[in-house]
Design a protein around this ligand. Structure first.
Ligand code: CTP
Ligand code: MG
Length: 235
């Protein structure tokens, strides 16, 4: 069965600081979005990439994709995104042709995910999981706090969850198409990943090993790390 990847790339990148929308910022000369699209197209099973562009940037994204070669086997579509990541993914799914029964959702902000991670996610969906996430154990201990009412007030610690049971979740997340579409039609809470919407439907989400290089470019230091990883790969 052919596989499509939806790439939400419509965010501004507020935490990265002033500049172009995050997905259009370059890493060693190439836009982050192009690295992310290539990371999905690197999997031989992926035959369609749907890029969800900044709302006013769809034409620019389309010409970027025209200018950067993708493998012959990979088609792409560009659609404008929404106010939230959740809305942007939904707009991408609205453009998904009916023949794709497995769909990946991958953040443009994770440009360096290795193909082995992509293939591990696909394999687990093929084996029958309705939703699959790549994830890693945490390095830091995590505290739950009572968020401060004002910026200069202290935040009391409420609890310390057992770190051994926690995982940091990455993308691409993989789904049975009908399950993901139902999740996006049913769940209206604000969520930060797609798998949590499937959890809210009461379905099982499966974890496969993630990869350090699938980290999310979020803050300025992440740009330094991403460019160093690319230099090590000689890209
Ligand atoms: N995203 C999107 N549409 C939005 C918001 C986010 O498509 N309205 C995408 C981003 O482009 C990114 C992914 O969702 O690829 C993960 O979001 P995040 O890392 O939070 O990116 P931004 O929202 O752009 O960054 P920030 O939260 O710092 O503004
Ligand atoms: Mg965001």
């Amino acid at each position: 069965t052919p596989i499509a990847a939806v790439i939400p790339a419509a965010g501004r990148g507020v935490r990265l600081g002033p500049g172009a929308p995050k997905a259009l910022r370059t890493l060693n000369g190439t836009p982050m979005l192009i690295h992310a699209v290539r990371a999905m197209a690197a999997s031989r099973a992926v035959s369609l990439v749907i890029v969800v562009a900044p709302p006013d940037g769809a034409a620019e994204v389309k010409s970027l994709l025209d200018a950067h070669a993708l493998p012959e086997r990979t088609d792409f579509l560009v659609v404008p995104g929404g106010e939230t990541r959740q809305e942007s993914v939904k707009l991408g799914l609205d453009a998904l042709p009916p023949e794709y029964e497995i769909v990946l959702v991958h953040d443009a902000a994770r440009p360096l995910v290795p193909v082995d991670t992509v293939d591990a996610v696909i394999e687990a969906v093929r084996e029958g999981a309705p939703a699959v996430v790549p994830a890693l154990p945490l390095a830091d201990t995590v505290k739950e706090v009572e968020p401060a009412a004002a910026p200069d007030e202290p935040e009391p610690v409420v609890a310390t969850p057992d770190r051994a049971r926690l995982r940091a979740v990455q993308t691409p997340q993989g789904f049975d198409r009908a399950t993901l579409i139902r999740a996006h039609e049913t769940v209206t809470d604000n969520v930060t990943d797609d798998a949590s919407m499937v959890e809210q439907l009461g379905l099982h989400v499966v974890v496969v090993p993630g990869h350090e290089e699938a980290f999310k470019v979020t803050r300025p230091l992440d740009l330094v790390l991403a460019e160093a990883v690319l230099a090590r790969r000689r890209l």
